[in-house]
Design a protein around this ligand. Structure first.
Ligand code: NAD
Ligand code: UDX
Length: 464
């Protein structure tokens, strides 16, 4: 079966980059990305490519090459569904904030809306692809909605979870370690899986495209994120021990990572993992395990989150303790607000929680991030609901000049590993700050000896 028209519902961090890559690699396929948000679609269609709603290295070049040729961004959802043979659902599936499973389960409201919309509009057979990360067995719910509310056409449901990481999305998509396709173990299911595999085969070797049953595919996505996050929490737990024992966490990471059974990746100790996926997906895994009565399994994975919360809290508490047990009225500058470098995404960024803890102590915080706008910083803090929006704006400011920000500062905290922070003239920064001048490096970005030679009181996570 040859696919000529694709629709992707959800023009976010996954839908946008993924469809840009498909469009660029499959010029004969027309790809339409749709979204309920007119504002987002307008930005995807903006003539100034620096205004795209997602910042990813290499993305704007792909959009420039394909937009208006075989890549389209639109709010005409029904039209795009009607025309496509294959529909990707790539909407957000955040943690539930209400009702049963609040704080743990994935909120599937958007998924159900998409399924009902597809059922209503479809007049020809469709392959529906779950691109969003979903709890295991969601495909059966989607199938039930489609079959019970549709117009009698055939729907084949595939699970095709996305493994890209933000900041490296385009490279991850173009050189994916693997693509996972789950589907029904029937003739029709196989035809659908092969059709989707055919798209990826435009640029990936066949042996990197794995086919499984639909449940294994749905579950594997949650498990992959849980394993990756678990490595970060594991090394972060050791960072606390290193600080007490004069061991150096970077040396420990290197020493264990040389063992090919362990491997070197995802062993960078930090102020704690953030991002829209790790916490949400582990909480979801915990909830699923609990709902099957597997309490020990749930407790095991929950510990990854508990350790991550501890790491963020520990970092904030260390700032307070080091600054003579009070930060009240003290200016603390944050370099970085995004959850990692090379993205403008701030969801679940450790910076939000460290700021919240320091604001509780009445610190005066100044934020500089090269890609995150002021409005986003306030939105993130207001969302926590810890204090009024007015107080957040009174105590915390967002600036565009990192060097000016350091004037009269008591401390600088590095929360994101942006490359530019490494290249600053730290001597100039030192001269502008109050003395003693403290730097709390939550990303292990700078050299301890160099910083101490300049005169800084320098604290690096995982190193005494
Ligand atoms: P996002 O919030 O950036 O984008 C989702 C988009 O879907 C939004 O623009 C929203 O307006 C739109 N939307 C929601 N409901 C809709 C509906 N009914 N009709 C039309 N549009 C609708 O989210 P994201 O980061 O792209 O994540 C999408 C999914 O992919 C999630 O399930 C996430 O877990 C998963 N995922 C994300 C990443 C990542 O790095 N962000 C990586 C892998 C998987
Ligand atoms: C993650 C998964 O890597 C990706 O496969 C999945 O599709 C989505 O979730 P993402 O959250 O975009 O991707 O970024 P990732 O590189 O995994 O980093 C997540 C968080 O962990 C960041 O805050 C990062 O700074 C932190 N991290 C990562 C560490 O603290 N140490 C590490 O060694 C690696």
């Amino acid at each position: 079966m040859k696919i000529t028209k694709i629709c992707c519902i959800g023009a976010g961090y996954v839908g946008g980059p993924t469809m840009s890559v498909i469009a660029s690699q499959c010029p004969e396929i027309q790809v339409t990305v749709v979204d309920l948000s007119k504002e987002r679609i307008d930005l995807w269609n903006h003539s100034d490519l620096d205004k795209l709603p997602v910042y990813e290295p290499g993305l704007k070049e792909l959009v420039e090459k394909t937009r208006g040729k075989n890549l389209f961004f639109s709010t005409e959802i029904d039209k795009a569904i009607d025309e496509a043979e294959m529909i990707f659902i790539s909407v957000n599936t955040p943690t539930k904030t209400y009702g049963k499973g609040k704080g743990q389960a994935a909120d599937l409201k958007n998924i159900e809306l998409c399924a009902r919309n597809i059922a209503k509009v479809a007049k020809t057979n469709k392959i529906v692809v779950e691109k969003s990360t979903l709890p295991v067995r969601t495909a059966s719910a989607i199938k039930s909605i489609l079959d019970n509310t549709g117009n009698g056409v055939d729907f084949e449901i595939l699970s095709n979870p996305e493994f890209l990481a933000e900041g490296t999305a385009i490279d991850d998509l173009l050189n994916a370690d693997r693509v996972l396709i789950g589907g029904a173990e029937t003739e029709k299911g196989q035809t659908a899986k092969d059709a989707l595999a055919g798209i990826y085969q435009h640029w990936l070797p066949k042996d990197r495209i794995l086919q499984t049953n639909v449940w294994s595919s749905e579950l594997s996505k949650l498990v992959a994120n849980a394993f990756l996050a678990q490595r970060v929490s594991s090394i972060n737990s050791i960072s606390a021990l290193c600080e007490k024992t004069d061991a150096n966490v970077a040396e420990v990471s290197r020493a264990i990572g040389y063992d090919s059974r362990i491997g070197a990746k995802f062993l960078n100790s930090s102020v704690g993992f953030g991002g829209s996926c790790f916490q949400k997906d582990i909480l979801n895994l915990v909830y699923i395990a609990q709902s099957y009565g597997l309490q020990e399994v749930a407790d095991y994975w929950e510990q990854v989150i508990i350790m991550n919360d501890y790491q963020k809290r520990r970092f904030a508490e260390n700032i307070v303790t080091t600054l003579y047990n009070t930060v009240s009225g003290k200016k603390i500058v944050f370099y970085g607000w995004a959850f990692k470098k090379d993205t403008n995404d701030t969801r679940e960024s450790a910076a939000i929680y460290v700021a919240d803890a320091l604001l509780d102590e009445k610190a005066e915080i100044v934020i500089y991030d090269p890609k995150v706008p002021e409005s986003q910083v306030y939105e993130d803090l207001d969302y926590l609901g810890t204090r009024s929006p007015e107080e957040n704006r009174r105590l915390l400011k967002v600036v565009n000049d990192p060097l000016k920000a350091s004037e009269e500062a008591h401390a600088i905290a590095i929360l994101t590993e942006w490359d530019e922070f490494k290249n600053y003239d730290w001597k100039i920064i030192y001269d502008k700050m109050l003395k003693p001048a403290f730097v709390f490096d939550g990303r292990r970005l700078l050299e301890k000896d160099t910083m101490q030679e300049i005169g800084f009181e320098y604290y690096k996570i995982g190193q005494s």
